[in-house]
Ligand binder design. Structure first.
Ligand code: DGI
Ligand code: FE
Ligand code: FE
Length: 195
């Protein structure tokens, strides 16, 4: 189904309910915050607000799935087996898009890609990819040192906001001695590192 071409208040409501059933109230409020931010960024930067809404509402759809469901899909659907060395943080977007497609009937490749790259970013990102990546980081419910700077930058220059988020997320992961997924490094090399 191509949701975005007939996106009415009713379609949105139905989608919201399907998402809400799959997560805690707290996470659902995060999703609504991302949607609000994503629509504002879409209007500012000239992207489809309908696509921004759908991608935002579904970006964390699979976040509360058990690990074994992800591992089954990774093995069954031809994902890179190296993914098995990571966990929910990496799987819920990259693999989660498969659940969104199958269970919610969302087939729009732009929306599915924005879901896939929302955690790690990518070297090449579409406008919608950037909007979801940044909206996820600065939605009104986020509260961490630097979020105010990120919000200000996002209102001025979306690419700068992608760079800011990428730099700070990677620094945080390294500080915590977390595993870095190669795609996260690619994002850093493209958007942050001096050439
Ligand atoms: O799902 P959210 O919490 O709304 O946000 P997210 O999908 O952007 O990030 C989920 C977590 O993934 C967040 O704590 C940052 C982390 N993350 C991002 N890149 C990497 C990563 N974690 C690991 N281990 N490696 C990465 O490369
Ligand atoms: Fe996420
Ligand atoms: Fe999120």
């Amino acid at each position: 189904m191509d949701y975005s071409s007939h996106y009415t208040a009713d379609t949105r409501e139905t989608l919201m309910q399907k998402v809400q059933m799959r997560m805690s109230e707290r996470r659902f409020q995060h999703v609504l915050g991302v949607e609000k931010m994503a629509i504002a960024l879409a209007e500012k930067y000239g992207c489809s607000p309908e696509k921004a809404s759908i991608a935002a509402l579904t970006h964390d759809y699979a976040k509360e799935r058990p690990d074994d469901e992800f591992m089954l899909v990774i093995k069954r659907d031809g994902f890179d087996p190296d993914l098995l060395n990571y966990g929910n943080a990496i799987w819920h977007g990259l693999v989660g898009a498969s659940f969104v497609e199958r269970e919610l009937g969302i087939t729009d490749p732009e929306i599915l890609n924005a879901i896939r790259v929302h955690t790690t970013g990518a070297a090449k990102m579409t406008l919608l990819d950037k909007i979801i990546y940044v909206a996820d980081y600065i939605e009104p419910g986020r509260n961490f040192p630097g979020v105010e700077d990120a919000r200000e930058i996002a209102l001025v220059d979306l690419d700068e906001a992608v760079a800011f988020e990428t730099k700070h997320t990677l620094a945080h992961l390294i500080e915590q001695e977390q595993q870095i997924y190669p795609k996260t490094i690619e994002t850093y090399n493209h958007w942050v590192a001096k050439k």
